[in-house]
Write a protein that binds this ligand. Sequence first.
Ligand SMILES: CC(C)(COP(=O)(O)OP(=O)(O)OC[C@H]1O[C@@H](n2cnc3c(N)ncnc32)[C@H](O)[C@@H]1OP(=O)(O)O)[C@@H](O)C(=O)NCCC(=O)NCCS
Length: 175
Amino acid sequence: MSATGLDVRHFTHADLPEVRQTLIDVHADALADEMDDPFNQRFPWFVDHWGGHPEFSCVIAFEGDKAVGFAYGAPGSPGREWWRDYLDPAPEKSRTFSYSELAVSPKWRKKGVAERLTRTLMEKRDEDLVVLLVDPEHPRVQALYESWGFRKVGERQPFPDSPVYAVMLAELPLK
Ligand SMILES: CC(C)(COP(=O)(O)OP(=O)(O)OC[C@H]1O[C@@H](n2cnc3c(N)ncnc32)[C@H](O)[C@@H]1OP(=O)(O)O)[C@@H](O)C(=O)NCCC(=O)NCCS
């Protein structure tokens, strides 16, 4: 089955209790090879942090009842966009959606699920820009984001135990 055969559903902050464990389970499946990393083990904390945002926006792809991938984020605070450090001058249109997480179960890779999730999540946004962080040691993932219109604008290490990430920015709507 291709990505188009999946049922992609949208969830909000109010749905967090319903989807929290689903997100944790899909993440553990998608990152099974990397779950010895303490940073990845802190994922439930991140779900609660992002899901606690009143404008949390999440999409989950289902094959029947089974969740096989998800994408989520939340808008940043207008005027306080942290990516401004990387762009001089900053663009005038600067309302930004922070794209926090994307994961697809291994069985469902290479079928366009990540793109479908990303585009479905972004179609619902009315911000000017979207920002995300990606581990530059995963250049194939970075290339995936580039294929959807993101470009690297700098590097950032948000937590002492996190990787030094590439900061990637794209204009909305995605091309
Ligand atoms: C990123 C992801 C959603 C993309 O799914 P997809 O569109 O089906 O694409 P693929 O799985 O084929 O991944 C694209 C490429 O990135 C590579 N890649 C994916 N996740 C990777 C990871 N965690 N580390 C290193 N490389 C990774 C794949 O090997 C693939 O490389 P290839 O084209 O040379 O075969 C999926 O691979 C995934 O869930 N990965 C684990 C979680 C993750 O890394 N999320 C991104 C956080 S920024």
